[in-house]
Design a binder for this molecule. Sequence first.
Ligand code: DLZ
Length: 155
Amino acid sequence: MSGAGSPTLNVDGTGLNIVIVAASWHDTIMNGLIDGAVRTLDSAGANHTLVRVPGSFELPVVSKAALENGADAVVALGVIIRGGTPHFEYVSDAATSGLTQVSIETGKPVGFGVLTLDDEQQGIDRAGLPGSKEDKGTEAAEAAIATARAIADLR
Ligand code: DLZ
């Protein structure tokens, strides 16, 4: 249930402490993303907790706090749907560049599961729900684990 070109990652999360940081806008799609991430972290054997934030704009600051307080990786989940104002661009850019900055500053992985969408259907298609073509919550969780392992292998 992945997009064209996506890798098959064989991830072992044993011993990793991972925080899922999840925004609260667009319930149905968010619930699909969270379920996919939880399912993946469970089957990889990772320890995990879930922290909710109001919107995607708040993902970077809470992700940074989680990583500074000992998490090995974060899975950041959000759903941003284009509306009639430029708000979409501002929130999308704040989440994307903020999470990039957090990852680089802390030296720890952020699995990026923020969907930027033109409409709700695009999200339902990607949220790992019954009938969805893709599962971006799973992909973000797998990326977080695989990247944490890659960093550990360099030490
Ligand atoms: C304000 C806002 C809007 C219009 N749309 C979304 C959205 O589609 N997805 C999302 O995650 N958050 C949205 N927000 C809320 C902002 O992310 C933020 O929570 C508020 O501006 C308060 O800081």
